[in-house]
Design a protein around this ligand. Structure first.
Ligand SMILES: [Zn+2]
Length: 494
């Protein structure tokens, strides 16, 4: 057990100064003393925190007896700067880290998501487990340095290069598990069902052979992982359906019901309505738009995360919000691939829950995702502070706190807030960094999002362990050579 004296911290109920947080050996916060409330600033408890209270014990003192019993072994660390909740990254494909910066030129007469996807398939078809582990470790270290403290890996690389299943342990899955452990990031691994190349049950193409998975293999693999999941581990398992074009709706429904039988709170993710062509094909084949189909299925719960939902009608946005399902946007990727605008403003007004992800890893920064979430709206509406709320007028605080809460919910991790019952996942901003100088508690996250203060992320903790200290991760030097070798080999392979 350890105690931290945080000089300034963002708690669910607002900003606090000289806040004492006690963390048990399993990395869970057992006690928070927010400075007696006298120095609490800013917003009040939001409706989102009502969801959070399902996880957190009702009283801040609920686990205080542990503290008393262990008082003699308690060490105290004073933390200078501004502590904020770590951000869950709700959507990632780690292997795509190898493509970053390498597809920003004309691939064909009319470049699009679909031509980019061909380049991505080439990479997917050459990658080996050892290579994936190097890429993912490098990426997860980058995520930690940028403020992501856990990640949902939406993983559809299942088979060997020749299309055969791995005998025994799946090397590609193990590579992700190993990378998360080495980096020290929380992981929600999402084995992803992928069965068809388009709507109408079209068979997979040759370049999609490594993604193929039968429903029974998918369900057994998830059951097996859940059986071996330790309650204290920062590694969790969920499930994903690649998309409605890659999983026929009847297969999806059957698998989703079985997953619910395994664990009703299992996170379930799906790509949906990212591209207009996808929406059009879905409508042609089924008479419905993709989000309409999902809403009609009645399967959506607060444990479902719809990734992108870019091309949603106002009615569909209301439907997602009413089902309390979460939407994960990744504006860096959506912009990079030319997907379109997600109507954040309308979705938030409907009471929708949003989180963020780094997806194709075009850039890896939660501050950037949230900055563009606001900037997209400013550009469209020709106004400022569009996503501020009455209860929280500071855009930075509102977006960061809500995305952290909803991200944790989306990936099924007890994180997303500095609160009792949550894991001690937090960042410390250096308030002496030039980008932060002059910030108050209330404007600290506005500086992080809008004044380029990523560089002020000084220390990062996951599950009560410092994984970034003074901006450095302990394995980053070791990784440099293998990562460079790998990237150069991909470059020369063309
Ligand atoms: Zn994706």
């Amino acid at each position: 057990m350890k105690q931290y004296q945080l000089e300034s911290a963002l708690l669910p109920q607002g900003w606090a100064r000289e806040c004492t947080v006690t963390v048990a050996d399993d990395g869970i916060i057992t006690h928070v003393d927010g400075g007696g409330g006298a120095t609490t600033l800013g917003s009040t408890l939001t409706s989102d925190m009502a969801v959070a209270s399902d996880i957190a014990p009702a009283s801040d003192n609920a686990r205080a007896p542990d503290l008393k019993n262990s008082a003699s072994t308690l060490s105290v660390e004073r933390v200078k700067g501004i502590a904020i909740p770590g951000m869950p990254n709700a959507h990632s494909h780690a292997f795509q880290r190898a493509m970053v910066g390498n597809t920003e030129y004309r691939l064909s007469a009319r470049d699009s998501f679909w031509t980019w996807r061909q380049a991505m398939y080439q990479l997917a078809n050459r990658i080996e487990p050892e290579e994936l582990q190097i890429l993912a470790t490098q990426l997860f270290v980058e995520m930690l340095k940028a403020g992501y403290t856990s990640v949902a890996e939406f993983h559809y690389l299942h088979r060997q290069k020749n299309g055969a299943l791995y005998p025994g342990t799946n090397g590609l899955w193990e590579a992700i598990d190993n990378a998360a452990e080495i980096a020290g990031i929380g992981l929600t691994f999402l084995p992803t069902l992928y069965q068809t190349s388009d709507f109408g049950g079209k068979p997979l193409k040759r370049e999609q052979a490594r993604f193929a998975m039968a429903t029974d293999v998918f369900l057994r693999a998830i059951e097996e992982r859940l059986a071996h999941q330790h309650s204290q581990s920062s590694t969790r398992t969920g499930a994903a359906f690649h998309s409605l074009r890659a999983v026929p709706l009847d297969h999806l429904r059957e698998a989703a019901l079985q997953l619910r039988g395994l664990n009703a709170a299992l996170p379930v993710h799906i790509h949906v309505a990212e591209q207009l062509r996808e929406v059009k094909s879905c409508k042609q084949e089924t008479g419905r738009r993709p989000i309409e189909l999902l809403l009609e299925s009645g399967l959506l719960t607060p444990h479902w995360c719809l990734v992108h939902a870019t091309h949603a009608t106002p009615q569909e946005l209301k439907g997602i919000a009413a089902a309390a399902a979460i939407v994960c946007v990744s504006i860096s990727t959506e912009a990079n691939l030319g997907d379109g605008f997600f109507d954040t403003s309308r979705f938030l007004k409907a009471g929708g829950c949003l989180c963020v992800g780094s997806d194709s890893q075009a850039t890896v920064s939660p501050a950037e995702e949230l900055r563009w979430m606001e900037y997209q709206q400013r550009l469209r509406k020709k106004g400022r502070a569009v996503l501020a709320a009455a209860a929280e007028p500071h855009v930075g605080t509102r977006l960061w706190r809500d995305a952290a809460q909803h991200g944790a919910q989306a990936i099924g991790q007890p994180a997303g807030a500095i609160a009792v019952g949550r894991r001690a996942d937090w960042l410390v901003l250096d308030d002496t960094h030039p980008s932060m100088v002059g910030a108050t508690s209330q404007t600290a996250l506005d500086h992080l999002l809008f004044a380029g203060a990523d560089a002020a992320i000084r220390d990062v903790m996951v599950a009560g362990r410092w994984v970034i200290r003074d901006g450095r991760h302990e394995v980053e030097e070791q990784l440099r050579g293998p990562f460079a070798g790998l990237m150069n080999s991909f470059a020369t392979a063309g």
